[in-house]
Design a protein around this ligand. Structure first.
Ligand code: HEM
Length: 449
């Protein structure tokens, strides 16, 4: 086994921690271009290894996944997410995944499609020609309302608003969790910690209230929560989920299920505004498939070009910009020696622009996602949803949502960008720093729906 080369050294204590907190992507890109497939550095006493080849990413996420757990930064989010799908490990994770999986089956997602289109249609009705808005903010509102509706059903609209406000507060306070002192900081009654705890309490109250009401009525309302409530572990112990588990899963799906999709959509608008030829083709396809009518789940296969646009946008601006794992034992990872206790990271933001797999990697070109072009690339040159047993459970949901929302909005609207050279901020997800300001442009020849 070969030793992994050191990609960066510093004599200044805390330098890499600051880089990790502020601007990790250029740093990762530099390490990958200078050292190649595997390189390492240390943050404090923590060894961090960056792997940057599709074969190594497959080893990490699929072939050797048993030797790894989620890394400590993610473990710190347990204060919010408890033992939900994103954070749990081993047998508990397997059982929860079995229980939650039916809620994400294709036929179930098809039923959520109407909610996705209705919510996008309501937004496009509210928009007015020439109005200036922050696209990122709008997309967050939209995907939050979709996840609230599909998760908790229509009758809890008021509660969904409450949940939205508390969630936004939590996300804004997430950087607190990136700090290695966070476990200690969370115990100190400073204003940010108090706000954080209050937001969690509010969310807990709402979610437990809904669970209690649902258990009492025993009704299947066709939403995700009903699915989770009714789930029985037939392959395992035959039991269902406790209230605490339900709460953890609901919180996880809420958090994991809206910001990522919102980012993907916001970046897509940003790119479309700069590539009128792509917007023209997008609309040609949408017109051909939908004309003036609303999209449905059945239209999805024929909206392939819309999916390609979204895929290319997630290549350039992957909403999940890195995945990381903690080595639970010494591992031979494709011939490289990974010592126990190392954090191993793979970054979509780096891999998705690697010139070995992407010609002119910075150019926006949806044709890269034509089926034959996709087949010609190694699978893990593109992994916006991760891979292996921890692959995003919401992938099918996210594609359906992204495609239907984009099609519904683009039927009527395009945008003129007011923000130029928007920077990608690598927080928990890849957000546009400072948002994306744009002016709405009504489609001249669109007939009202
Ligand atoms: C464009 C949108 C999305 C992107 C890019 C995305 C990306 C990801 C990635 C990369 C992972 C794996 C993380 C890892 O391996 O460490 C993940 C996991 C997860 N995602 Fe998504 N996601 C998206 C949308 C959604 C949606 C809509 C939902 C739910 C409604 C969701 C729920 C989850 C959950 C529960 C997990 C944990 C799965 C497990 O470990 O079993 N995601 N997501």
């Amino acid at each position: 086994m070969r030793e992994i080369p050191v990609g960066a050294r510093s004599i200044l204590p805390g330098r890499f921690l600051r880089i990790m907190q502020r601007d990790p992507i250029p740093f990762f890109r530099r390490m990958a271009s200078e050292c190649g497939d595997a390189s390492q550095f240390t943050v404090g006493r923590q060894r961090v290894i960056l792997v940057n080849h599709p074969d190594l990413i497959r080893e990490l996420l699929v072939t050797q996944h048993r030797s790894f757990h989620k890394s400590r930064v993610l473990q710190r989010t347990k204060i919010i997410l408890g033992e939900g799908l994103l954070t749990s490990e081993d047998e508990l994770h397997k059982r929860q995944r079995r229980l939650a999986q039916p809620a994400f089956h294709h036929d179930r997602i098809t039923r959520y499609a109407d909610v996705m289109v209705q919510r996008a249609a309501a937004m496009r009705e509210r928009w007015s020609d020439g109005a200036i808005l922050d696209v990122h903010h709008e997309m967050m509102r939209l995907t939050l309302s979709v996840v609230a509706k599909t998760l908790f059903d229509a009758d809890v609209e008021g509660e969904a608003d409450d949940i939205g406000a508390s969630l936004t507060q939590l996300i804004d306070l997430f950087p607190l969790l990136m700090n290695p002192m966070s476990t200690w900081l969370q115990k100190v009654p400073i204003p940010s910690t108090l706000r954080f705890r209050a937001a969690i309490r509010r969310l807990d109250r709402t979610i437990y209230g809904i669970i209690e009401e649902r258990r009492a009525s025993g009704e299947d309302r066709g939403d995700l929560l009903s699915m989770l409530l009714l789930a029985q572990d037939v392959e395992g112990d035959g039991g269902g989920m406790s209230d605490v588990q339900l709460r953890d899963e609901a919180m996880t799906l809420f958090l994991a299920g809206h910001e990522t999709t919102a980012n993907a959509l916001a970046w897509t608008w940003y790119l479309l505004a700069q590539h009128p030829e792509v917007l023209r083709e997008l609309r040609r396809v949408i017109d051909e498939v939908l004309g003036d009518r609303f999209a449905t789940a059945e239209d999805y296969p024929r909206l392939q070009y819309v999916e390609m646009v979204l895929a290319e946008s997630m290549r350039l601006f992957p909403p999940a910009w890195a995945v990381s794992r903690l080595a639970m034992e010494d591992v031979d990872l494709g011939g490289w020696h990974v010592p126990q206790g190392s954090v191993v990271a793979a970054s979509q933001a780096v891999m998705h622009r690697d010139p070995r797999f992407w010609s002119e990697p910075d150019r926006f070109d949806p044709m890269r996602f034509m089926p034959e072009a996709k087949l010609a690339r190694p699978k893990f040159a593109y992994f916006p949803f991760g891979g292996g047993p921890r692959i995003c459970i919401g992938e099918g949901f996210a594609w359906m949502e992204g495609v239907l929302i984009l099609a519904t909005l683009a039927q009527r609207w395009s945008m003129d960008l007011l923000s130029r050279n928007v920077e990608a901020q690598a927080s928990i997800t890849l957000r546009p720093r400072g948002g994306i300001r744009a002016r709405l442009v009504a489609r001249g020849n669109a007939s009202a729906i």
